[in-house]
Design a binder for this molecule. Structure first.
Ligand code: 5CA
Ligand code: ZN
Length: 414
């Protein structure tokens, strides 16, 4: 698919500020910090939207975490290979299209278009590859074929399943969960633990044979459509190869989605690891509940923008929460961010910059330390409020270099 127009990222090195630090991030699989120091190129796969409803703040917050990750990599002098997918065929999409009496393809097109607009407004870096499942069907079918040939599959009424026990101890490597927890989450997040005929509850669907009235594609296992996890496994390996740096998404994807797609890729392509690290953003809620399309308690990015929110204030409102924390949106989030944006803009217009090198060093230190955006914001706050920071005072009278650093590292246009 076509992605969206990417903002340009100024180079701080070109402004004589040297290169940024190597990123260290929390890896769900190891349960600890991983210092990622790729040579030359960093590969990132982020699980993108299922386009049956508009972009809410949770999606935006998750996408923003991985936008920061790329900015840290770019600042460190790396090239970034970024792929994000669109799950443009899935049960919820078909159900919503049926409910609303529109074609599922038109629904997906419309919502992807809205998402592009939201991403552009928030100045999110666009992926180099933005594959949808439908246009990637040959790859997905080929991946299922590889798994069949690897001898890890069996059929239930014509549907093809991955037999989890074939993985031995490797199953659980991403999420680290015990069997009970896996079963609970599998049922909650689209799995079918209780389907009769399966050999074990956690065996998962790779190919679903055609059901009446549903879209279907030709394959060696009969006409049908793929299971969710194998789609991402196939698209990630196609565009990034095995062993890319980070598999990303919200924490709701650690299990089963990222566990199962990693297992599929490692089995189908007989190589390990699928990704060097699995990075998960916390869940954004509203009024203490998880924000989700199915619960209908959404705060949409497009609604806030239409009501006049400055997209840069919205970006700052999201950055004020650490990407790994679960948090709930309130109207105060936006009001606080608007005040912050005004104070930063006033400081830029007012000139009188302190040691830009110190500001940039503090920003880099915060962001390379597991993308600590809240700390990065206080660095700029301290700069923007004269007299309140030890870093302020003296130096040149040109504030633009700080604005350039804020643009490059935080993606906020002042
Ligand atoms: N298409 C699949 C991934 S292959 C999917 O999960 N789609 S989604 O539309 O439900 O979510 C898109 C992205 O936003 C995923 O990375 C998901 O983990 C993340 N996400 C969904 N809800 C929230 C939320 N409430 N807070 C934070 N991130 C969220
Ligand atoms: Zn995915």
């Amino acid at each position: 698919m076509r992605a969206w127009a990417s903002p340009s990222v100024p180079s701080l090195a070109a402004g004589d500020l040297g290169a940024g630090d190597a990123l260290s991030v929390h890896d769900t699989a190891s349960g600890g910090r991983e210092r990622l120091a790729p040579h030359g190129r960093a590969g990132l796969y982020v699980c993108g939207i299922t386009p049956y409803d508009a972009t809410h703040l949770g999606h935006a917050a998750t996408m923003l975490a991985f936008d920061l990750m790329q900015r840290v990599w770019l600042d460190a002098g790396l090239e970034v290979a970024y792929t994000q997918n669109v799950t443009d065929i899935d049960d919820p999409l078909l159900e919503r299209a049926e409910r609303d009496g529109i074609d599922w393809r038109d629904l997906a097109d419309r919502e992807v278009q809205l998402f592009r607009g939201d991403m552009e407004a928030l100045r999110l870096l666009a992926p180099q590859h933005y594959p949808g499942v439908v246009e990637s069907m040959d790859l997905v079918v080929a991946a299922v074929g590889r798994l069949c040939r690897a001898g890890v599959t069996y059929q239930v009424d014509g549907d093809v399943y991955f037999e989890a026990s074939r993985l031995g101890d490797a199953f659980g490597q991403v999420s680290g969960l015990d069997a009970d927890e896996m079963r609970r989450l599998f049922a909650e997040r689209g799995g079918d633990p209780d389907r009769p005929g399966k050999r074990a509850p956690l065996d998962w669907l790779l190919w679903r044979v055609e059901r009446p009235g549903e879209p279907a594609w030709e394959s060696p296992f009969g006409r049908g459509r793929p299971g969710w996890h194998v789609e991402c496994a196939a698209m990630a390996v196609e565009h990034l190869g095995m062993g890319f740096e980070v598999q990303g998404g919200g924490s709701d994807l650690a299990f089963p989605h990222h566990e199962m797609s990693a297992a599929e890729a490692e089995t189908a392509f007989a190589a390990r690891p699928f990704a060097q690290a699995y990075v998960h953003a916390g869940m954004v809620g509203i009024d203490g509940e998880k924000m989700s399309k199915s619960r209908g308690n959404l705060v949409l990015v497009s609604d806030l923008l239409r009501r006049g929110a400055d997209p840069m204030a919205l970006r700052l409102a999201l950055l004020a929460h650490h990407y790994r924390s679960d948090w709930s949106w309130t109207d105060d989030d936006l009001a606080d961010a608007e005040r912050r944006l005004t104070s930063w803009r006033t400081a830029v217009d007012g000139g009188g910059s302190p040691d830009v090198g110190a500001v940039v060093a503090a920003l880099r230190a915060a962001l390379s330390d597991d993308l600590d955006a809240p700390r990065a914001l206080t660095v700029v706050d301290d700069w923007a409020v004269p007299g309140q920071s030890g870093m302020v005072g003296g130096g040149t009278h040109d504030a633009r270099p700080v604005a350039v650093a804020v643009d490059a590292l935080l993606g906020v246009a002042l």
